[in-house]
Design a protein around this ligand. Structure first.
Ligand code: C5P
Length: 237
């Protein structure tokens, strides 16, 4: 796969004008963009449609977590917009994830369109083992991540979001077909910002990431297109 197809740029802004200007500046280099809570809560489904209209793919990062019926309806709405990937929290449980996967499949059939990939967030990377204990989970971080990833796969999900340090054990345990989408990626030349456990784009892809998500190293760069090109060159080298 061309590295270009593995790079997702996070459109972390509250303004539709800014987001679309990032897409227009970058779309020669990149054609996959992540829309998260900030942009979606500010601009709604219109921004998803506007990015799709430009011929780009969208990862809708809204991390659904509710009862299966509600998540199923939200999943149908996400899939119905034509996003390539959306996600749910694995902690919502087997039935919730299964309902999301079924909704994505039903929408694809109804629209005669490619199915949206549904991926799970296992444990938020902002949590450590102490934070897990405080919410009543006594397992180690690695075991908990693996348990939730396996549950996601058994519920029919297509993959997981995983931090750089989780890629290798997940790839070994879950095989080659499962999608692993990895944020927390920093080229050597970029500031780490608030990301703590980082890997370079090349390291993440070599460890087995299917896609990497990069935000500020590109979106805060003076020349966004040049920063994206530099990352792609590094991934190819
Ligand atoms: O700017 P930066 O490259 O840190 O952006 C990373 C993006 O990935 C942000 O949209 C952030 O919310 C998201 N993300 C993350 N870590 C996770 C899950 C999502 O950084 N575990």
């Amino acid at each position: 796969m061309d590295p270009k197809d593995k790079l997702i740029i996070a459109l972390d802004t509250d303004s539709s004008d800014k987001a679309l200007s990032m897409v227009d500046t970058l779309k020669k280099e990149v054609n996959f963009f992540k829309i998260g809570f900030e942009l979606f809560s500010s601009c709604g489904p219109a921004i998803v449609k506007d990015v799709l209209k430009r011929g780009c793919r969208v990862f809708l990062d809204l991390k659904y977590h509710d009862i299966p019926n509600t998540v199923g309806k939200a999943a149908a709405a996400a899939a119905g917009m034509g996003v390539s990937v959306f996600n749910v929290h694995a902690l919502g449980g087997y039935d919730m994830m299964k309902r999301a996967a079924e909704a994505a499949e039903e929408e694809a059939k109804r629209l005669k369109a490619p199915k949206s990939a549904v991926i799970a967030v296992t444990v938020l990377t902002s949590m450590d083992e102490m934070a897990l204990k405080k919410v009543g989970v006594s397992d180690t971080m690695n075991n908990e991540v693996l348990t939730l990833a396996k549950l996601a796969r058994s519920a029919g999900l297509d993959g997981v979001v995983a931090s750089p340090s989780e890629i290798k054990p997940l790839r070994e345990a879950l095989g080659g077909d499962f999608l692993i989408v990895t944020p927390g990626v920093r080229p050597e030349w970029a500031a780490k910002g608030d990301q703590k456990r980082v890997a370079t784009p090349k390291e993440a892809v070599s460890a087995g990431a299917s896609y990497i998500v990069v935000g500020r190293p590109v979106t805060a760069a003076e020349d966004m297109a040049a920063a994206a090109r530099k990352i792609l060159e590094e991934m190819r080298s």
